[in-house]
Design a binder for this molecule. Structure first.
Ligand SMILES: Cc1cc2nc3c(=O)[nH]c(=O)nc-3n(C[C@H](O)[C@H](O)[C@H](O)COP(=O)(O)OP(=O)(O)OC[C@H]3O[C@@H](n4cnc5c(N)ncnc54)[C@H](O)[C@@H]3O)c2cc1C
Length: 351
C-alpha cells in the first residue's frame, strides 16, 4: 500500500486524508495543537452554491449531496442603494438571486433603513456545521487505519527514494506528499524543493455584535452589500459582521485590524436602523488564493509525487467534499467524477 503524508490539518487536509485513507496508508500532520486552528476555525460557514469562479461553482455543485447532513437553512439577501444598480444587477445574476421588494426584504431583516432601494433573495444558502465536518473526516482517517498527528510542525522536507518529512526530532517517510498547508502552501513547496505557485493569503475579518435592538436574529438570512463590500450573518443569537476585507499578508496567525473592522462596520451601518454600540469579539483568518482565484488540485507538473491541495480561498468548506474526492481519485488512479475541463482548470500545470 502507498504511504501518503498530508501536511495541514484544516478542512482541505483532513478531507483529502479521509478520501485517500481507503486506498492508502495516510498520515495527516498538523503543526498546531488542534485541527482547524487557522482559516478552517474562522470561517463564516456558509454554503452558497453560486459563489466563486466557474470551477469553484462546479465543485460546490458536486459537493451538495455530501453536504446535506451538515447543512441547515439560512437564505441569502443582497441589498443595493441608489447609484448601485449596475453592481446590484450583476451580483444578483451571478448569485442567481431573484429581485424582491424592499418591503419583503424588511420581512426578512426588520432593521433595514430607508437607504435600501433594491433587494434580491433566495433560500438556497445554508449554514455548514464545519466542526462536525472536520471531526467526521478525521474519524474516517482513523477508522481506515490512518494517523492524525497534531502539534507536529513540519520543519524540513528531504527526498531520496521516498519523502522524508521532519517534525523537529521526528521523521516520517512517504511515497507521496500532499501539500494542504493553506496560507503556508508555498512555504511547504519551497521546503520540498518544488516551485511555489504564488498563493496569496488574504486576510478577512469578522466582528461579533449583540443582536441589534434585541431582535431574535436566528431566522435572518445572511445579508450582503453589493460588490461584497460587507456582509452580516446570524450566529447563535448574535450577529457576525465582516468588512469582507482582502488584505494581502504573510502567512500568520491572523488577527483583525481595528481600522479595517471600523470601516467595515461603518459600511454595514449605512444599511440598517440600529447603530453598532458594541463589538463583543473579533477575529480574522486567511483566505488563501491562487492568482486566478481557483483551487489548485493535483500532481505538481515537475515533481509528480508532490500533490497540491491549495488555494481554497473563500470556498474551502463548500468545495471540500468534491475537491477531496477528486484529489483522491487523481492520486489513487480512479476515474474522477468531475468533468475534464474543470479538472484542467484546477490543475497545478496551468501555472
Ligand atoms: C472570515 C472567513 C470567512 C470564510 N467563510 C467561508 C464560508 O462561508 N464558506 C466556505 O466554504 N469557506 C469560507 N472561508 C474559507 C475557508 O475557511 C478556507 O477556504 C478553508 O478553511 C481553508 O482550509 P485549509 O485547510 O486550506 O487551510 P487552513 O485551515 O488554514 O489549514 C492549513 C493548516 O496547515 C497547517 N500548517 C501550515 N504549515 C504547516 C507546517 N509547516 N507543519 C504542519 N502544519 C502546517 C496550519 O497550521 C493549518 O492548520 C472563510 C474564511 C475566512 C477567513
Amino acid at each position: 500500500m502507498t504511504d501518503i503524508i498530508v501536511i495541514g490539518g484544516g478542512i482541505a487536509g483532513v478531507s483529502a486524508a479521509a478520501r485517500l485513507s481507503d486506498g492508502a496508508r495516510v498520515t495527516l500532520i498538523e503543526g498546531e495543537s488542534a485541527l482547524g486552528y487557522h482559516a478552517s476555525g474562522r470561517s463564516a460557514a456558509l454554503f452558497e452554491e453560486n459563489y466563486g469562479a466557474p470551477s469553484v461553482v462546479a465543485l460546490n455543485k458536486a459537493s451538495a449531496a455530501y453536504q446535506q447532513p451538515y447543512l441547515s437553512p439560512r437564505g441569502f439577501l443582497l441589498l443595493g442603494r441608489a447609484g448601485e444598480d449596475e453592481q446590484f444587477e450583476a451580483d444578483a445574476e451571478t448569485l442567481k438571486c431573484p429581485e424582491i421588494s424592499v418591503d419583503d426584504a424588511r420581512g426578512h431583516i426588520p432593521i433595514l433603513n430607508g437607504a435600501i432601494t433594491r433587494a434580491a433573495y433566495h433560500a438556497d444558502a445554508f449554514d455548514i456545521d464545519t466542526d462536525r465536518m472536520i471531526q467526521d473526516f478525521a474519524k474516517t482517517v482513523r477508522a481506515n487505519g490512518g494517523q492524525v498527528l497534531t502539534g507536529a510542525p513540519v520543519t524540513s522536507i528531504t527526498r531520496g527514494k521516498q519523502w522524508f518529512v521532519h517534525c523537529g526530532e521526528n521523521a516520517f517517510t512517504a511515497d507521496i506528499l500532499v501539500n494542504a498547508a493553506g496560507a503556508w502552501a508555498d512555504q511547504i513547496a519551497t521546503m520540498a524543493g518544488v516551485a511555489p505557485i504564488g498563493i496569496m493569503p488574504l486576510r478577512r475579518s469578522m466582528a461579533r455584535l449583540p443582536a441589534p435592538a434585541g431582535h431574535d436574529v436566528n431566522e435572518w438570512p445572511i445579508f450582503f452589500g453589493v460588490g461584497e463590500t460587507w456582509y452580516a450573518k446570524p450566529d447563535a443569537g448574535k450577529l457576525l459582521v465582516s468588512p469582507a476585507d482582502e488584505d494581502l499578508v504573510e502567512p500568520q496567525d491572523a488577527w483583525a485590524d481595528d481600522m479595517v473592522l471600523a470601516e467595515g462596520l461603518d459600511r454595514y451601518s449605512q444599511h440598517v436602523t440600529e447603530p453598532v454600540t458594541r463589538v463583543e469579539t473579533s477575529w480574522a483568518g486567511l483566505r488563501s488564493f491562487a492568482p486566478d482565484r481557483t483551487l489548485v488540485m493535483g500532481r505538481d507538473p515537475h515533481i509528480h509525487d508532490f500533490i497540491w491541495c491549495a488555494g481554497q480561498g473563500g470556498y474551502g468548506f463548500q468545495t471540500a467534499p468534491a475537491a477531496s474526492q477528486l484529489l483522491a481519485d487523481l492520486v489513487l488512479g480512479r476515474p474522477p467524477h468531475i468533468d475534464a475541463d474543470t479538472i484542467k482548470s484546477l490543475s497545478p500545470a496551468r501555472f
